[in-house]
Design a protein around this ligand. Structure first.
Ligand code: ZN
Length: 243
């Protein structure tokens, strides 16, 4: 039985943030598995090294929209100009093997009572669950007790009791009990909740807890790497403010 799961989403080719998260998680004890909720690549300066690092570990993957865009599975017509430019740059950094790996990623997985998707259960690659109403229509779509999502780059938790859906604070660990849950660990590589630190979660399957954690990393160094690679200035600037 696995006990300690590192839950990450939206690494977005930010190797420095990913390394900080791994070090922080592993400092507290052995991590049995990494569950990566999509968008390992896109936006950031180190797509291939992020894939390589995660593939060395026992990582359970699902595809995000940026993973599929980088692999050519979906187009970038509904991306903004910066995201599309970063996707084109990312495509040039990936080996054929990397591209094939991303192309074959599943859009959903079930593990130990959790459904893993990037966006939402009903639209695994594209839908954003920001709001209670969106969470509410998605609860009937998955059959496990709990669901893990990413994509919004904002840590969020929703619970459903007697068909009533409500938002749950992540300021303290969320107990995995009778209440069905949709949980979002926030973004490792490009947080958008106003806190620029990398966001992730630890899932303790023995203690039945989901704990949100934040860890600082060297943002300036990542911004300089992005500048040297000619990635869009706005994508680098937003890392400082976490928006
Ligand atoms: Zn993302």
């Amino acid at each position: 039985m696995l006990n300690r799961i590192l839950v990450i989403a939206d690494v977005h080719a930010n190797l420095a943030a990913l390394e900080a998260v791994l070090a922080d998680a592993e400092a507290g004890g052995l991590v049995d598995e990494i569950w990566c909720l999509g968008d390992a690549v896109g936006y950031g300066p180190d797509p291939a090294p992020c894939l390589e690092l995660l593939r060395e570990k026992s990582t359970v993957w699902v595809a995000g929209n940026h993973d599929f865009a980088a692999a050519g599975v979906i187009g970038t017509a509904d991306f903004n100009a910066d995201a599309a430019a970063a996707t084109a740059w990312t495509q040039r950094q990936l080996s054929r093997e990397d591209t094939m790996f991303l192309r074959r990623l599943p859009v959903a997985q079930e593990r130990f009572g959790f459904t893993l998707v990037h966006g939402s259960p009903r639209d695994p690659v594209q839908e954003y669950i920001f709001l209670i109403d969106t969470a509410a229509v998605n609860f009937p779509v998955f059959s496990t007790p709990f669901c893990l999502v990413g994509h919004t780059h904002i840590p969020l938790a929703f619970g459903r009791e007697a068909s009533r859906v409500h938002e749950i604070s992540l300021d303290i660990p969320v107990v995995l009990g009778e209440t069905r849950l949709i949980l979002n660990p926030g973004a490792v590589g490009q947080p958008r909740d106003g806190d620029p630190r990398a966001s992730y979660a630890l899932l303790d399957l023995a203690r039945r807890e989901f704990q949100l954690r934040r860890v600082a990393y060297d943002i300036t160094a990542v911004q300089q790497r992005m500048q040297r690679q000619g990635l869009p200035q706005r994508l680098a600037a937003r890392l400082s403010i976490g928006r």
